[in-house]
Design a protein around this ligand. Structure first.
Ligand code: IPE
Ligand code: IPE
Ligand code: MG
Length: 235
């Protein structure tokens, strides 16, 4: 294949941490620890490939259903990740932002999230959206509420609301839609990821479990993406 075309925005559903641990006779939490390491390595690698926006699905609005022990372990990993990330992505010039409802996290975690965004805000490299307590439906409900508020305050009128306006109320405002969504762990579903934005994303599912995901697996997904014929409803 000749010159590869890089997707501008890539989304990754990082699935399979639990199964990865189970296969080794380890508690699920250990899978999340290894998954967090993969997360850092892969974010760095992808930023070097010229991708402009990367969205990583780390914790869904439905993941609270899991046993408290597992949820607590994930929050602990998240906390450690945030402490490290203040300096971690600096050399790569990666601009970190968080999407999802952060209001439910502990005050300490919220402070760290804000701080982590603050130190990265002037970086010019890849934009990294970390989806944490993110749900596509929750995002749409939030957008609807904010639109209604603006209508009520006469900032906008109902008849003029367009698709472009709705995009502005999403967490991903001013970002291009995902071109490619990769899911590890072998399932063929979105699990509430970027529902509005994914209308014309190319979906690529791989059997590999997230902690085992390597740069070459990303390259494989990009090669497959280059073979896809995107029609956007045209011919
Ligand atoms: C994805 O891995 C990480 C989170 C949802 C937090 P899982 O924990 O869902 O791993 P599997 O799917 O059970 O193997
Ligand atoms: C999707 O994985 C969410 C994340 C990767 C953060 P899940 O493991 O929660 O998805 P389901 O339950 O298999 O649909
Ligand atoms: Mg899973």
């Amino acid at each position: 294949m000749g010159e590869l075309y890089m997707p501008r925005h890539v989304g990754i559903i990082m699935d399979g941490n639990g199964r990865w641990a189970k296969k080794r006779g380890l508690p699920r939490q250990i899978g999340h620890t290894y998954g967090a390491q993969t997360f850092k390595n892969i974010a760095r690698y992808i930023s070097k490939q010229g991708v402009k926006v990367l969205t990583l699905y780390a914790f869904s609005t439905e993941n609270w259903k899991r046993p408290a022990e597992e949820v607590n372990a994930i929050m602990k990993i998240f906390h450690q990740y945030l402490v490290d990330s203040l300096t971690d992505f600096r050399d790569d010039d990666i601009k970190v932002v968080f999407i999802g409802d952060r209001s439910v996290f502990s005050p300490e975690l919220i402070d760290l999230i804000n701080e982590s965004e603050e130190v990265a805000k002037d970086r010019k490299g890849m934009l990294l959206n970390i989806a944490m307590n993110y749900g596509g439906r929750d995002e749409i409900v939030r957008a609807v509420k904010n639109i209604c508020r603006d209508v009520k305050e006469n900032k906008t009128d109902i008849e003029s609301i367009s698709e472009k306006d709705i995009e502005k109320y999403l967490y991903t405002a001013n970002q291009p839609d995902p071109d490619l969504i990769i899911r590890t762990g072998g399932e063929h579903r979105l699990s509430n990821f970027l529902l509005y934005q994914a209308a014309y994303s190319e979906f690529y599912s791989m059997d590999i479990l997230w902690p085992d995901f390597k740069p070459k697996d990303f390259d494989k997904a990009v090669e497959e993406f280059n073979r896809r014929n995107r029609r956007f409803g045209g011919v």
